[in-house]
Design a protein around this ligand. Structure first.
Ligand SMILES: CC(C)(COP(=O)(O)OP(=O)(O)OC[C@H]1O[C@@H](n2cnc3c(N)ncnc32)[C@H](O)[C@@H]1OP(=O)(O)O)[C@@H](O)C(=O)NCCC(=O)NCCS
Length: 292
């Protein structure tokens, strides 16, 4: 490895970053025997296109939060981060396998963190990689272990479901207010991206309100004003899955989700951490891995 530098990410870096992210996380999945993410050869063109679209969105909303490390050979690593109201979120952070643990990640994370100066809160979803965890703790993040639930839903366990409907862009105001109430900052410009990528379910009744984004077989993001509404939404998500279901990113503050998953006879596992600065684990809330 020769001399390398850190510079702002540019749109033409996005496809290279996508491949690097796949490689970095696949190596990590092998080491941690993670079962819920398919290997690169089984990941779809759709998955890559979605990743690239999301990263271009970060470059548009937060050009100052996205950085790459490069040398003569090309991109060695990158970090993307966003600021939403007074919240900073780390979206993705990877150094090329084979070059990790040699000090490239540290200045990359520092550049991304600089984008969040003045923010009161910070969120990131940490992998189980000890190098990542080391960096995050050094940056002052509290580490809250994450659980996930996976398996075939026992359809006989699904309760009668009411008060859940399809959502649309007319629900963005409601969702932003639920975001502020649960995690202290609205997703703002991320809702149109989420809406164009995932199905939205909304529950809005006199007893409470909430929303859930879902992709086939997987909960993406959920926020609600109370546990009962959150559970109703999660059941609606599970009722709609065919084949294996995945409920990722569940913290100990969200045992309502563990209870639904176990009642649906999913298996409970643990992986990685929700890293937080200036806040407690949001609840009732299941975060998105990159948009948090
Ligand atoms: C996380 C990641 C981006 C960090 O980049 P990096 O270049 O490896 O980071 P650095 O070398 O600057 O820092 C790594 C730290 O771990 C230490 N370390 C190195 N090898 C290690 C090992 N095998 N086990 C534990 N710690 C190790 C380093 O000494 C350094 O700590 P220090 O600065 O206190 O001495 C990179 O390791 C990576 O891509 N990992 C796989 C993908 C991933 O998990 N990304 C994070 C997603 S949340």
């Amino acid at each position: 490895m020769g001399d390398w530098t850190i510079r702002p990410m540019r749109p033409e870096d996005v496809p290279v970053a996508e491949r690097l992210s796949d490689e970095g996380f696949y190596q990590l999945d092998l080491r941690t025997q993670r079962a819920d993410r398919p290997p690169p050869e089984r990941r779809t063109v759709e998955h890559s296109a979605g990743w690239e679209r999301r990263t271009r969105h970060f470059l548009e909303t937060d050009p100052g939060g996205c950085w790459v490390a490069e040398d003569d050979s090309g991109v060695l690593g990158f970090a993307t981060s966003i600021r939403r109201e007074l919240m900073w979120c780390l979206a993705t952070y990877v150094v090329r396998p084979g070059l990790q643990g040699q000090g490239i990640g540290r200045p990359l994370l520092e550049a991304a963190l600089h984008h969040g100066r003045g923010c009161l809160r910070g969120m990131l979803s940490a992998s189980a990689d000890p190098k990542a965890v080391r960096r995050y703790r050094a940056a002052g993040f509290d580490l809250h272990p994450q659980m996930f639930l996976i398996g075939e839903v026992d359809r006989s366990a699904i309760p009668v479901l009411d008060k859940v409907r399809e959502g649309s862009s007319s629900d963005i105001e409601l969702m932003d207010s639920l975001d502020r109430r649960t995690r202290g900052a609205a997703h703002g410009p991320d809702h149109p991206l989420l809406l164009s990528s995932f199905r939205l379910l909304v529950s809005d009744s006199s007893t409470g309100s909430g929303y859930a984004y879902v992709s086939p077989g997987r909960l993406q993001l959920l926020a609600a004003s109370n546990r009962r509404t959150a559970q109703r939404l999660l059941w609606a998500v599970l009722a709609d899955t065919e084949g294996p279901a995945l409920v990722p990113h569940v913290t100990a503050a969200n045992h309502w989700a563990v209870d639904v998953g176990l009642a649906a006879r999913l298996d409970l596992h643990q992986e990685g951490y929700l890293g937080l600065r200036g806040m407690k684990p949001p609840a009732p809330y299941v975060h998105h891995g990159a948009l948090l």
